[in-house]
Design a protein around this ligand. Structure first.
Ligand SMILES: N[C@@H](CCC(=O)N[C@@H](CS)C(=O)NCC(=O)O)C(=O)O
Length: 347
């Protein structure tokens, strides 16, 4: 009798599990139609950083700009021929990935690093590296440090929920350096604490250190040390389970990189439409039906380039040497220029 009751109990558990599984499958199928949802809604819901100079900023009228914001605009341009069809959702470091998992946004474009765990364990797909970054240190000029290796006994300001937390601890331990950690939630608070002198250094992705420095009371009193202690490939994330949407996000970046490589920009797009070059003809949709293969129109890349620009234009406009951030292209140069920005061909 007892032996009998157990299998029945097990069967109940199994059927509950099967129902749960079916539920998951159903919700998986529903979320496999992001493009249809986006088209029906009339905009792309894009998760962004609330305020990161050069990458994601908004003015009093609620108009957004920046390198990561331009990626959202490029998606909207590809889908709607209108870069304004974006709803921006500002997200912090600790809620950004969960917002994507729980369907609050269609895509996350917010200085987020591609890591193994964010794909395998959080069930998210990283789409493409829009910005190759690395972690560094910001410190006071008066500390006279020329390298992070001179930072023994430092108090380190770092933002919670970031890859930076683990990286710097690894670096200090590997180099037998002692440290105290000051881990805080928001960037504003972190900058305040650092500015008050409660931390010797502030650590984060180097691009963000350049942006953070400009928000200090006396930016010129602080320097970004030359050490790069990690790889931080940054770019957009999407949810697992929608290959078409992943493809659109991925190829939006690749279209911009290919356009730069082919010399096609927002200024030359009309000439490009008359080009005889096979690569250009495929990019602008004169040859083939590449856009339709992704559920878009064949002029999808023309829309991106016309409204937002090629990769180089987006980089220079937002964070390049002519801007306040003045970040050199460095490894984000095209592979043909000694960098590692390299896009697969459209063919
Ligand atoms: N790339 C790293 C760090 C990204 C990150 O979020 N950095 C902070 C430090 S500057 C930030 O953007 N903070 C802005 C905010 O939370 O408002 C990651 O993906 O974990």
């Amino acid at each position: 009798m007892i032996a009998d009751r157990h299998p029945r109990h097990a069967r109940t558990i199994l059927s509950v599990l099967a129902m749960l599984g079916a539920g998951l499958l159903l919700s998986g199928t529903a979320s496999a139609q992001t493009l249809e949802k986006v088209k029906a809604r009339g905009n792309v819901v894009c998760g962004v950083n609330p305020d990161l100079q050069g990458f994601s900023m908004h003015d009093a009228q609620g108009s957004w700009s920046g390198f990561d914001v331009d990626f959202c605009r490029a998606l909207a341009a590809a889908i709607f021929n209108n870069p304004g069809k974006v709803q921006y959702v500002p997200l912090g470091t600790t809620d950004r990935l969960q917002a994507l998992q729980s369907d609050k946004i269609d895509v996350l474009s917010r200085n987020t690093t591609w890591t193994f765990a964010r794909e395998a364990s959080l069930k998210l797909n990283f789409a493409a590296v829009t910005y190759y970054d690395g972690q560094g240190f910001l410190t006071r000029r008066s500390a006279n440090a020329t390298s992070a290796l001179e930072l023994d006994n430092a108090s380190v300001c770092v933002q919670k929920g970031t890859t930076s937390e683990l990286n710097f601890a690894d670096f200090f331990r590997t180099n037998n350096l002692k440290y105290q950690v000051v881990a805080l939630d928001g960037l504003d608070e972190l900058l305040k604490v650092y500015d008050q002198g409660k931390c010797t250094v502030l650590t984060s992705d180097t691009s963000q250190l350049f942006a953070a420095r400009l928000r200090l009371d006396a930016p010129d009193d602080h320097v970004v040390l030359p050490d790069i202690i990690s790889k931080e490939p940054l770019g957009p994330f999407v949810r697992f389970g929608d290959d078409q949407w992943l493809g659109i996000v991925k190829w939006t970046h690749f279209a911009m990189v290919n356009a730069e490589e082919l010399g096609v920009s927002s200024k030359t797009i009309d000439e490009a439409l008359k080009s005889n070059k096979p690569d250009v003809k495929r990019l602008v949709g004169i040859d083939g039906n590449y856009g339709e293969q992704m559920g878009l129109t064949n002029d999808w890349a023309v829309r991106i380039i016309r409204h937002v620009g090629n990769y180089g234009e987006v980089f220079e406009r937002n964070v390049g040497t002519g801007t306040k951030l003045a970040i050199p292209r460095g490894i984000n140069s095209l592979w043909t220029n000694g960098g590692i920005q390299y896009a697969p061909p459209i063919r």
